[in-house]
Design a protein. Structure first.
Length: 301
């Protein structure tokens, strides 16, 4: 509703209400006007009642009439003024009650507004403290994130180093495998050659024995000496085979140790890979509260 309705309109509306035979009140005058605040209309209505008494007092001046008629008219007029004053005083009392109620309502609104303002100030202070705490926590989280990032970079470097060592160990393993295969092939070839040579010597010996069986016993001793020489050759060949076998076993043992070291390096690389994955997951989880910071600023991991 508008504030500042002109007083002449309020006075005219009060006259109209009084002309209908009703007592002018704030609500009736506002209804007649169709606008106006209760405080504004009530204040102007008080002035209207005061002016109404003056207007009624001014009407006691009558034209020249017969004495008895004039006295009777004055008596009636004074009684009407008295009644009007009573009505005016009653209206003023009601207006005062309305104004008091309105003032009390305004005081309650002001008190509630002060309470709300105090509460808002307290909430603002708490929000400021919470914001400072969140900003401090965010700084801690950013520092922790930086440290975790450094750890991740270190683990990545260690992982790259282990992968490099693993590649070198794998290359060494492959080279040892190739050497082992070459040694096995050479040992098999040497053994086969010795077997062929022994077989050839055995066949030659048998042929020789069959050829000299018909010879005299003087050749027996010679044949025995040659047999001893062949036996010595067999023994030498056996010793060479044993040496090759021992060398093969040594190479196999070295290959087994290399495989164990490669397996240990692989296990260490897998462990570091798992730690790196866990650190990445932890870092991703701790980054989420920061994404909510514009509404309430980021939380603890």
């Amino acid at each position: 509703m508008a504030v500042g309705v002109p007083e002449n309109e309020v006075f005219a509306a009060a006259d109209a209400v009084l002309a209908r035979g009703e007592r002018p009140t704030v609500e009736r005058v506002r209804l007649e006007l169709g606008r106006g605040s209760p405080a504004r209309v009530g204040g102007l209505l008080d002035q209207w009642w005061a002016r109404l008494a003056e207007r009624l007092s001014g009407e006691t001046r009558l034209p020249a009439l017969p004495g008895e008629v004039s006295q009777a008219f004055v008596a009636v007029w004074q009684q009407a003024i008295h009644l009007a004053q009573g009505v005016a005083e009653q209206g003023l009392a009601e207006q005062r009650k309305v104004l008091i109620a309105e003032r009390e309502r305004v005081a309650e609104i002001e008190d509630q507004a002060r309470q709300d303002a105090a509460q808002f100030r307290q909430q603002a202070a708490e929000a400021l403290v919470g914001r400072q705490a969140v900003e401090l926590r965010l700084a801690d989280l950013e520092l922790l994130l930086s440290q975790r990032q450094t750890q991740i970079e270190d683990l990545q470097q260690q992982r790259e180093g282990l992968l490099h060592e693993r590649r070198e160990a794998k290359q060494q393993y492959q080279a040892l495998q190739q050497d082992l295969q070459a040694l096995r092939l050479k040992a098999e070839q040497d053994l086969q050659s010795l077997r062929v040579k022994a077989e050839q010597e055995r066949v030659a010996q048998e042929s020789y024995v069959r050829g000299v069986e018909d010879r005299a016993h003087r050749e027996v001793d010679r044949a025995r000496e040659e047999g001893k020489a062949v036996t010595a050759n067999f023994k030498e060949a056996g010793r060479q085979v044993e040496q090759l076998q021992r060398r093969l076993e040594s190479i196999q043992a070295e290959l087994s140790q290399t495989q164990q070291r490669a397996a240990a390096q692989q296990a260490r690389a897998d462990t570091l890979e798992q730690q790196l994955t866990q650190l990445r997951q932890t870092t991703a989880t701790k980054r989420k509260p920061r994404s909510r910071k514009p509404a309430a600023a980021m939380s603890d991991p």
